[in-house]
Design a protein. Sequence first.
Length: 267
Amino acid sequence: MTQSPTLRETFDQAAGQGRAALVAYLTFGDPDPATSIDVIAAAAMSGADVIELGVPFSDPSADGPSIQRAMERALEAGATLAGALDAVAELRRRGVSTPIVLFGYYNPVFIMGAEAFAARAAEVGVNAVLTVDLPLDELDELAAPLAAHGVGVVPLVAPTSTEDRIARLAPIRAPFVYYISLTGVTGVRAAQAVDPSRLDAVRAAASAPVAVGFGIRSAAGARRFSALADGVVVGSALVDAVAAGPVAGAPERVAALIRELAGAMPR
């Protein structure tokens, strides 16, 4: 199995090159499991520093219309959490070393069992897990088995997060923190301006890099936030590229957008 650099190494390398890391969200199974693996591999080969691999779920409450539709397509094509884990294994067999964060909701993990999930995630080469509906108060039930298997957890911080909640990031030892630029769901509104001092506070509290996401859809948006954050997350625009034409062309459409986004980041 191909070994990937750690997430922290990836962020450090990007910083050493004078840029933010490009974090690319894609939904596993969209438009079908086999094609989605090709799409993810194309994104990794075209300049994505980190892959956030969305696990399809029937009630994606944090996601906007683009990702909801992607999840519907994936579920109709038979995508599952087990399939997403198998896809990571296949990507590693193909030589894809880009760090992969499984991004999703806790229900499928709960059904599989946190311990079984953690063991399988480590086995296939998952670097970290982000569950959008598992708050900091309850994160340990997943973080503990993951940590035992050497897999990290990525916490979310919102514009509404209090100083007390931000201070509670320290014990998590996160590989990075995902800072949501706006309240609401993904891909509906453009990302709002972020106070650099707030990112500094999150970075200091977590002792970890901070990636900004939600509403960053263009090279111009990526450039703007790369000047402030350690990472920039783009999701809905990439998911839209998957669906923008014939299935066979999905990998190249995503690759072209990744190259455009990566090229816009200061170097």
